[in-house]
Design a binder for this molecule. Structure first.
Ligand code: ATP
Ligand code: MG
Length: 334
């Protein structure tokens, strides 16, 4: 008897309303037993209810085995009382690991042989948002917080992930310039690594890492790093495998996990039914990895690749297919 997974679906805003149902369609076609629970969050929720993340959404996400999130729009101007839905949920639920796989898929601009995962620390670094101005506003300082415990926790997560893959972990840092803060990150990393003697651990300085990612992405398996480095390098790695329409991500903590496409709500194409659901479908696949359903996750990835090779494709990839038509082709390829 396979178990029934309780999956929370949050469409959010814009093309979230299109790509999440498309991913749901594919999940339903896998034959896995899922109970879907819908919840709301984002800008439209804020306009309707005065908060971008209602309390019941937090409860549903906590009670679910995993959550699939579409996208949330953030206004470009500051709006009183508004906060970004995903950032809030990351913080509220302590989703400390931001996981971004970059794997080659048969689309234009993707680098064959690439199969790596960037694990980004999601709770500290520069994102503690502590900035100050001095000297009549002519000097600004931003705190970059690195703690032993958060570093240990993220590296341990990455070590466990490496164990399910090719057993190689790169510690990305800038300890040559920041020996106290990034030195602490490395100290915690090696303490965690002692318990994983089967993993081959190496160090890469962040700038050299950026170049090696562009020139030789095939040489990486799992990379772990603090928040800002991870923010930047994971966009780079998304670019390596074909860009926004393709890249999935996960936000993972002890008590909850939220998976989402890297792209945003794409207001320019929202409502037209032409958004590419690949990133959402691949986010559903890595959600299944998180749930331990590795075989079904690989089947979804394979079906996506078959569809990307044979079509029909969405307009961003040069085709004419709609969002659901693409998802139906993926379901058929399963
Ligand atoms: P947000 O403020 O929600 O991040 P955005 O304006 O930054 O929205 P993105 O979603 O980040 O928009 O997308 C940037 C560009 O890429 C847009 O032109 C958008 O149409 C395109 N795009 C993003 N995701 C997709 C997708 N899934 N399918 C097709 N095009 C996409
Ligand atoms: Mg955006």
């Amino acid at each position: 008897m396979s178990r029934v997974y309780r999956i929370c679906l949050i469409e959010g805003d814009g093309i979230g309303h299109e790509v999440v149902p498309a991913a749901r369609h594919v999940l339903e076609a896998t034959g896995l037993k899922c109970e879907f629970v819908e919840a709301e969050a984002g800008w439209e929720t804020f306009e309707r209810r005065g908060t971008s993340v209602p309390e019941e959404t937090v409860e549903i996400v906590k009670s679910a085995d995993a959550t699939l999130f579409g996208a949330a729009t953030s206004p470009t101007k500051k709006v009183e009382g508004f906060f970004g839905a995903i950032r809030y949920l990351r913080r509220r639920l302590d989703l400390f690991a931001n996981v971004r796989p970059a794997k080659h898929h048969p689309v234009k601009g993707s680098t064959p042989g690439t199969d790596l995962v960037v694990v980004r620390e999601n709770t500290e670094g520069l994102y503690v948002e502590q900035e100050r101005r001095y000297a009549k506003g002519k000097v600004a300082i931003a705190d970059r917080v690195i703690t032993y415990d958060a570093s240990y926790r993220i590296v341990e997560y990455a070590l466990k992930l490496a164990r399910t893959r090719r057993k190689q972990l790169a510690l990305v840092h800038k300890a040559n310039v920041l020996p106290l803060s990034d030195g602490l990150f490395l100290e915690a990393a090696y303490d965690a690594a002692k318990h994983y003697p089967d993993i081959q651990v190496s160090e890469v300085i962040v700038d050299a890492c950026a170049m090696r990612l562009v020139r030789n992405p095939q040489s990486f398996d799992v990379l772990v790093m603090e928040n800002l480095f991870g923010d930047i390098l994971s966009d780079l790695t998304a670019g390596l495998v074909g860009g926004l329409g393709i890249a999935p991500s996960g936000n993972i903590g002890e008590q909850a996990a939220i998976f989402e496409p890297v792209h945003g709500s794409a207001p320019d194409i929202a409502g037209k039914g032409v958004a590419n659901p690949t990133a959402a479908i691949l986010s559903a696949a890595i959600m299944l990895d998180y749930l331990g359903e590795h075989e079904t996750a690989r089947r979804i990835e394979k079906a996506v690749d078959i569809t990307l090779e044979q079509g029909p494709l969405t307009p961003d990839l040069g085709g004419k297919a709609g969002t659901l038509e693409f998802a139906k082709a993926v379901a058929a390829a399963l």
